[in-house]
Design a protein around this ligand. Structure first.
Ligand code: NAP
Length: 273
């Protein structure tokens, strides 16, 4: 997935004279699957000391064994879990706030309040808790970077998606506000806003384990983005020279011109949500 030449001095635009080796500590939340897992692999290959967090420690430990990352249990919806995690991390230069997700696709008229609460808690408050906890060490590193995994759902809306789009709009507002508040401090803030990414679990979680509904999301789409595509975006943002702040990176598959305009080639109509 990654290639060794990325760590050569010529390819080290962040000016690391060791060509990327020893870039400092990068924390990745939600690294037990999908985009977070791919990002952890990529940042480890880039030369970061990676610390990975999520609730499923068994999956993290397998990833740690493969990549040399340090695995720690983390529930971003719990103040005490975040505090314990942050204390165990120690110093940190990059924080990738990736843990998050969607739950349900009901219209507002029949929305479940508890689904919205979960989405707000994991996406928005999880990012808030993690950022608050690690900000002192990010500032102290002298070249900190907060990466926030937003979504194109944070830039537009779609029917049935209000709970998730509201949460991701919240994440986008948090990213923009944080950048203003950190003006003059050595910490960059980047929001990455992916469109459709085919990961193993995102749509399964959204549809509460219903595989046919999860598969229908990607039906007929030639090439949805992959988790590695997004890991590549994270890697690019965090390896720019320290004065270069990529504010917002919106990235979609070619087949998705907009949230509601996806080019599909289908033998038959996809099952309805
Ligand atoms: N897939 C897409 O199309 C897409 C598009 C745009 C943006 N995104 C965003 O990208 C991020 C990753 O999505 P993905 O596709 O990789 O989904 P995924 O495979 O479902 O991964 C979600 C990750 O978040 C972790 N997580 C969930 N609740 C958590 C909690 N309370 N504390 C700590 N970790 C928690 C999960 O780990 P545990 O269950 O082990 O805790 C898992 O590692 C999310 O923020 C999502 O909203 C995804």
């Amino acid at each position: 997935m990654t290639n060794g030449t990325q760590n050569s001095p010529q390819n080290s635009p962040d000016g690391d004279p060791r060509g990327g080796a020893g870039r400092g500590t990068a924390v990745v939340t939600g690294a037990s699957s999908g985009i977070g897992e791919a990002t952890a692999r990529r940042l480890a290959a880039d030369g970061f000391d990676v610390v990975i967090g999520a609730r499923r420690l068994d999956r993290l430990e397998r990833l740690a064994a493969e990549t040399g990352a340090r695995a720690l249990p983390l529930d971003v919806t719990s103040d005490s879990s975040v505090a314990e995690f942050a204390e165990a991390v120690g110093g940190c230069r990059v924080l990738v706030n990736n843990a998050g997700g969607a739950l349900g696709l009901e219209p507002i008229a029949s929305a479940r309040v508890e689904d919205w609460q979960w989405m707000y808690d994991v996406n928005v408050l999880g990012t808030l808790r993690m950022t608050k906890a690690l900000l002192p060490s990010l500032v102290g590193s002298g070249r900190g970077h907060v990466v926030i995994m937003g979504s194109t759902a944070g830039r537009g809306v779609y029917e049935g998606g209000a709970g998730y789009t509201a949460a991701k709009h919240g994440v986008a507002a948090l990213a923009e506000t944080l950048r203003l508040e950190l003006s003059g401090q050595p910490v960059r803030v980047t929001e990455i806003a992916p469109g459709m990414v085919r990961t193993e679990e995102f749509s399964l979680v959204r549809f509460r384990g219903d595989e046919s509904r999860a598969d229908a999301v990607y039906a007929g789409v030639a090439e949805p983005l992959t988790a590695d595509d997004i890991a590549d975006c994270v890697s690019w943002c965090v390896t720019r020279p320290p004065h270069v702040d990529v504010d917002l990176l919106v990235v979609r598959p070619l087949a998705q011109a907009a949230q509601h305009k996806v080019h599909r080639v289908l033998d038959r109509e996809p099952p309805r949500h």
